[in-house]
Every structure is written in structure tokens, then in C-alpha cells.
Design a protein around this ligand. Structure first.
Ligand SMILES: NC(=O)C1=CN([C@@H]2O[C@H](COP(=O)(O)OP(=O)(O)OC[C@H]3O[C@@H](n4cnc5c(N)ncnc54)[C@H](OP(=O)(O)O)[C@@H]3O)[C@@H](O)[C@H]2O)C=CC1
Ligand SMILES: Cc1cn([C@H]2C[C@H](O)[C@@H](COP(=O)(O)OP(=O)(O)O[C@H]3O[C@@H](C)C(=O)[C@@H](O)[C@H]3O)O2)c(=O)[nH]c1=O
Ligand SMILES: [Mg+2]
Length: 305
């Protein structure tokens, strides 16, 4: 790929942003920003600043890994969540449209209401249960309405060795407490930030190489690891792996509980199963089982160096 092709990455230091710094690097010249960057505005709260950054750089692709991801906090911090998750993507989409750039953006299983037991397709009806999910859905809608070429990857239960996530919370709690309670009636697929970054790079490369097919490639894609689990079974998997690999943990019991007895400010969907058929059909990409990514992440977190 041409080295003078500019790719703008926002949110470079989150779980996903960090992996995208690696995965996007071979596709061109990467300009990676976070909210504190001094070379250009990368603050997602500064909509005019974002527009100015895109207008000055005129990248061929904008990849937005930044988001307001504190699901419970969003319930009482609605304005900030909306600014970062809905208004910033809207501003990026308009700027992308103006310079003909692709916009790569990420969304979530939390745009759905979680009813039923089936794996959902991209065109299944949405119905977010919480502020985070609603603001992420509003971001999707703004991008689609902008007319910009876009790839929106809806993912779920993201983990990485670097960053905050459920698996790392379980490892910490298991070291401190004898008993954990973990919900066993919410189902989904833990998805590695490394996998998501690699899927993104493959998709963007294809999109950049096939400008005539922009309309058929553009759209929403479910991008999650294969298979399914509950948070409770995921916690068991993480703790079993850690024990088998020599960790000494305080935990003796991981009690399964219904979400109704684990009160949180935000409601969460029971069924977060997403079907990746469209990713396979359009881009020929087949995500591996979730366990492979989790085990790799655990090896990175727990293996002494
Ligand atoms: N984490 C998950 O389980 C899931 C995530 N997603 C989506 O995937 C994407 C990546 O998530 P993930 O990497 O896990 O999230 P993280 O929370 O790890 O990273 C989010 C990043 O966004 C940055 N950010 C927040 N506010 C601003 C701002 N005003 N300006 C610039 N940067 C900002 C944060 O920076 P700082 O550290 O400075 O706050 C952080 O680096 C997001 O779109 C998210 O909605 C979808 C499903 C599941
Ligand atoms: C810490 C803890 C959580 N839980 C429950 C709460 C919740 O239902 C579930 C997961 O907790 P978390 O706080 O990791 O959940 P949450 O932050 O809602 O995770 C979500 O983040 C956003 C950004 C997404 O887009 C989603 O895909 C999803 O990954 O586990 C327990 O049952 N026991 C515990 O000890
Ligand atoms: Mg969380």
C-alpha cells in the first residue's frame, strides 16, 4: 500500500486503539491521536477541533477507536456520553464525507434489547436498554445519514491485555475474595481488541483497494469472536486458566446469579449474540472461537517475563 496514504486514528490509547496502532501501520502513514495530542486536535469532545484536524490532514481513512465506555456512569453523565458517542462520530462523518475519506467506527451489542436467544443480524431491530447503548446507536445513525463511506463494526465484551475489562476485573477480585457472584443470564462473545483491530485492517485494505465497490462494502458489520458464553462461564474460564497456569487465588466459589439480583445503574441485554455472516460474505473473514482470544490475552497478562 502506498506510504503516502494517510490514515487518521482517534482514541489511540484505549484497548482497541492500542491494537489498531499496530494493525493499521502497514496500510500507510498513520497519524494516531488521543485527547491530549498536541500535533492536532484528537479530543472527541471538541467537534470543531475534530473537523479542523480532518480538513488539515485530508486522510483517506479515519478510524475512530475513542468512545465513552463507562456503561453505568453514562446513566448519570448523559451529555458527555452523547457528545463522545454520538456527536463526535457525526462530526467525523461529515468531515469524512467532505474529503472523500472512509470512516471506520465501532458500535456495540448494547444497541439491542437482548430479547430472545437467537444470533442477531445487522438489520435486526435495535432497542437499547441504557444510555450508553442509545448514544452508540445515535452515533451509528448519524454516520449512515452523513453519506460518508463507512464501516461500522458492532462488537461485544472487548478484552485486551492492556486496558480495563471484565476478565481483568475477575482476576483481581479472585485474588482478593473467597466468593464472587457473577450473572449467568446474559450471553455474548468476549472479543479480543487484537482480533477486532486485525479485522478492521483487512476490511479497510479491501475498501481502499476497491473504490468502485464502495457502496457494496459500506455499512454495518457484526464483528465478534465465534461462539457464546455467559459472564459467569467466562469468569470460570478465566479463573480456571489462571489456576492451571500457577496463579494462587483466594476465590473458592463463583456463584451464578440472575442479573435481577445484581443491581447496576444501567440495564444490560440478556442476549448479546451477534451473527457474523455478513463479515464472512462481504469480506471473507471468519472470526475464531472466543476462547482462543481470551487464552492468548491471559497468557500475556499472567505469564511472568
Ligand atoms: N469495551 C467493550 O467491552 C466494548 C467496546 N465497544 C466499542 O469498541 C470501541 C473501543 O472500545 P475500547 O477500546 O474497549 O474502549 P476503552 O474504554 O478501552 O477506550 C476508549 C478510549 O476512548 C478515549 N476517549 C474517551 N473520551 C475521549 C475524548 N473526549 N477524546 C479522545 N479520546 C477519548 C479514552 O481515552 P481516555 O483514556 O483518555 O479516557 C480511551 O482511550 C468503542 O467504540 C466502544 O464503544 C463495543 C462493544 C464492547
Ligand atoms: C464486576 C462484576 C460484574 N458482574 C456483571 C455485571 C454485568 O452484567 C457483567 C459485565 O460487567 P462489566 O462491568 O464488564 O459490563 P459492561 O461494562 O457493561 O461491559 C460492556 O461494556 C460496553 C462498553 C460494551 O459495549 C459491552 O459489549 C460490554 O462489554 O458482569 C457480575 O455479575 N459480577 C461482578 O463481580
Ligand atoms: Mg465496563
Amino acid at each position: 500500500m502506498s506510504a503516502d496514504r494517510k490514515i487518521l486514528l482517534l482514541g489511540k490509547n484505549g484497548q482497541l486503539g492500542w491494537e489498531l496502532q499496530r494493525a493499521l501501520a502497514p496500510l500507510g502513514t498513520l497519524i494516531a491521536l488521543d485527547r491530549h495530542s498536541s500535533e492536532a486536535c484528537g479530543d472527541l469532545a471538541d467537534l470543531d477541533g475534530l473537523a479542523a484536524t480532518v480538513a488539515a490532514l485530508r486522510p483517506e481513512a479515519i478510524v475512530n477507536a475513542g468512545a465513552y465506555t463507562a456503561v453505568d456512569k453514562a446513566e448519570s453523565d448523559v451529555d458527555t456520553a452523547r457528545r463522545i458517542n454520538a456527536e463526535a462520530p457525526a462530526a467525523l462523518a461529515h468531515a469524512a464525507r467532505a474529503c472523500g475519506a472512509w470512516l471506520i467506527h465501532y458500535s456495540t451489542d448494547y444497541v439491542f434489547d437482548g430479547s430472545g436467544r437467537d444470533f442477531r443480524d445487522e438489520d435486526a431491530p435495535t432497542g437499547p436498554l441504557n444510555v450508553y447503548g442509545q448514544t452508540k446507536l445515535d452515533g451509528e445513525h448519524a454516520i449512515r445519514a452523513s453519506g460518508a463511506r463507512h464501516l461500522i463494526l458492532r462488537t461485544s465484551w472487548v478484552h485486551a491485555a492492556r486496558g480495563g475489562n471484565f476478565a481483568r476485573t475477575m482476576l483481581k477480585l479472585a485474588a482478593e475474595r473467597e466468593r464472587l457472584t457473577v450473572v449467568d443470564d446474559q450471553f455474548g462473545a468476549p472479543t479480543g481488541a487484537d482480533l477486532l483491530a486485525d479485522l478492521s485492517a483487512h476490511m479497510l485494505r479491501e475498501a481502499l483497494q476497491r473504490p468502485a465497490d464502495a457502496d457494496t462494502l459500506s455499512g454495518v458489520f457484526h464483528a465478534v469472536a465465534a461462539g457464546q458464553t455467559s459472564w459467569h462461564a467466562y469468569a470460570n474460564h478465566v479463573i480456571d486458566w489462571a489456576r492451571r497456569h500457577g496463579q494462587t487465588l483466594a476465590v473458592r466459589e463463583i456463584a451464578p446469579v440472575p442479573a435481577s439480583t445484581f443491581p447496576t445503574p444501567a440495564r444490560r441485554p440478556h442476549n448479546s449474540r451477534l451473527s457474523t455472516g455478513r463479515l464472512q460474505r462481504v469480506f471473507g473473514l471468519t472470526p475464531p472461537p472466543w476462547q482462543a482470544g481470551v487464552d492468548r490475552m491471559l497468557a500475556e497478562v499472567l505469564t511472568p517475563r
